[in-house]
Design a protein around this ligand. Structure first.
Ligand code: MG
Length: 273
């Protein structure tokens, strides 16, 4: 008798539990699956889904290498006399700088050279070598310069074991910004600048966006998106406190500072503002 009662109780409990479980299964909703959130980006070529294979791909170019410009670059100087016709003196006349053995060399009192073409924001590659054996000291040793927009100087100087004021040493944004490190090679050795320059924008005589420079010297970052606070020049910050308005484009200019500095393999890629 007792056994029968216990069995009955167990059977009843199992029935209750089974019913409860069934009820629970019937009443608890599956969590609703949210549809995936589609992410779009607004671009110059329209509104595109992220990872959309139909989105226009960037142009294919052939990258450059030692002594060779990328396929989409404008070659300003490739070591030939023919490419020297891309350059004039500052009065628009043929330059008296020497062209030989694949390089051009500044000539004392011949003045600066500048490109016939005019450029604004750009990527500029320049290779240079300061004289060997070195002569002079401080600013008198291997001085030249690369000017963006015909105005803003990235200093060229033999700063290999040659003390000078840091805001005028090699790779300085002259008078404005000291390079992060001194990455100079020995005099006579070829060195490189890769300069990413964004031009200033003016509204009337006011600057509404200042210029910026990122510069690699021999492949080493020496200016990391540095915003130029005004013009460059000797004692520039003390004399020129702000920008002087200029056009949207200007020439690339190389300085004659009286020292025979050599340049080769100069190319440029125009960038959007
Ligand atoms: Mg200079």
């Amino acid at each position: 008798m007792k056994r029968t009662v216990v069995t009955g109780i167990v059977v009843c409990m199992l029935a209750l539990l089974t019913g409860y479980a069934a009820e629970q299964a019937a009443t608890v909703d599956e969590p609703a699956k949210k549809p995936p959130k589609l992410m779009y980006v607004e671009t110059d070529t329209g509104r595109w889904l992220i990872h959309d294979v139909n989105r226009p791909a960037p142009p294919v170019i052939t990258p450059g290498g030692p002594g060779k410009a990328p396929s989409d670059a404008i070659v300003l100087f490739d070591g030939t006399e023919a490419s020297m016709t891309n350059w004039t003196d500052t009065k628009g006349n043929p330059s008296k700088w020497i062209v030989r053995d694949g390089y051009m060399e500044s000539v004392k009192k011949a003045g600066y050279v500048q490109t016939k073409g005019k450029f604004g924001s750009c990527q500029l590659h320049v290779e240079f070598a300061t004289p060997t054996p070195p002569k002079g000291s401080s600013q008198g040793r291997g001085n030249s310069g690369v000017f963006l927009h015909g105005t803003y100087e990235v200093q060229v100087l033999d700063s290999y074991e040659n003390k000078t004021y840091p805001d005028g040493q090699c790779a300085a944004l002259y008078g404005r910004a000291v390079p992060l490190v001194n990455a100079c090679r020995k005099p006579g050795q070829w060195q490189s600048y890769d300069i990413i320059y964004h031009r200033p924008i003016f509204k009337g005589d006011k600057v509404v966006r200042k210029a910026s420079f990122t510069v690699l010297h021999n492949g080493v970052v020496v200016h990391d998106h540095v915003v130029l606070q005004g013009g460059t020049g000797w004692r520039g910050p003390h004399v020129i406190s702000d920008y002087e308005p200029h056009g949207d484009t200007g020439p690339i200019m190389l300085q004659d500072h009286g020292n025979p500095v050599r340049f080769r393999n100069i190319w440029i890629r125009e960038l959007r503002d």
